[in-house]
Design a protein around this ligand. Structure first.
Ligand code: SAM
Length: 261
């Protein structure tokens, strides 16, 4: 089958990397596993070797879904769908582990969709995802660095993130132009309560839209009494968006939500 560029089909074909991914997930016999974008089933096969209780795979490509059904038969449940249409459809009596060598064009959308699920922490135990390295760097970034931004703030709101390894393009087929990064993401049990995650997206969007400008402008855009709020929060309005901590953005979001009750 010819790989489809439009679906981000770069298949992993290195056994030691596939083993590393599965080890990162620490699969146990009773685990319920969801794999996103199984492709030709290289990772699927490795996951199955660990004998999880259930393995569901969601593959958008119809031809590959058919191929996977034939290849694995009853051992897995194949869902031929876009993960963005069904990420919140999985109900089990225990939290699920999610694996995916994600299609690059929708990887951040997939991640933020999971994060925005209200009871994400009850439903999911762990995410073991491969991202384009540049995206991985943005997820992992801390304040005062050039990669710090919306994705770092939104991810760290609900997830603890650990970088496992960077992956050389030569381990994929076809060979992509860029490096990848394997991340392990685990839900935080004590994350800050935010009424609506869209508000955090909205606020970080306003701040990082002009990341080189001083934060006076976005603060003014969000609040009539921006001076007073900045004073109370002890924020210097001459700082740049990248200088504010993740915690500060969550505080700003809460103030915004209380004003817009
Ligand atoms: N897991 C395989 C591997 O590592 O060899 C394939 C990974 S490949 C980078 C991404 C896979 O996701 C492809 O099989 C592609 O068809 C599938 N895919 C792309 N967009 C998708 C979507 N929105 N929902 C579900 N699967 C998708």
């Amino acid at each position: 089958m010819k790989p489809k560029k439009s679906l981000g089909q770069n298949f992993l074909n290195d056994d030691s990397i596939l083993t590393k991914i599965v080890e990162t997930g620490n699969i146990e016999i009773n685990d319920i596993i969801l794999e996103i974008g199984p492709g030709t089933g290289n990772l699927t096969k490795k996951i199955l070797e660990k004998k999880p209780k259930v393995l569901i795979v969601v593959e958008k490509d119809k031809d590959l879904s058919f191929f996977l059904k034939k290849k694995f038969g009853e051992k897995i449940k194949v869902i031929n769908n876009d993960i963005l249409n069904c990420y919140n459809d999985f109900e089990f009596d225990k939290p699920i582990k999610v694996f995916g060598n994600l299609p690059y064009n929708v990887s951040t959308q997939i991640l933020t969709s999971f994060i925005k699920i209200k009871n994400m922490c009850d439903k999911f135990q762990k995410f073991v995802f491969i991202f384009q390295k540049e995206v991985g760097d943005r997820i992992l970034a801390h304040e005062n660095s050039k990669n710090y931004g919306r994705l770092s703030i939104i991810t760290s709101w609900k997830l603890n993130v650990r970088k496992v390894i960077d992956i050389d393009p030569k381990y994929f087929n076809p060979v992509p132009k860029v490096w990848s990064t394997l991340l392990s993401l685990t839900p935080k049990l004590d994350f800050e309560y935010i009424k609506n995650p869209e508000n955090l997206e909205h606020i970080t969007n306003i701040f990082f839209h002009q990341r080189r400008k001083m934060i006076r402008k976005p603060m003014k855009q969000l609040f009539n009494n921006f001076d007073e709020i900045a004073n109370k929060m002890n924020i210097d309005l001459n700082l740049r968006p990248q200088n504010l901590s993740k915690k500060t953005y969550l505080e700003i979001c809460k103030i915004y939500e209380n004003l817009n009750k």
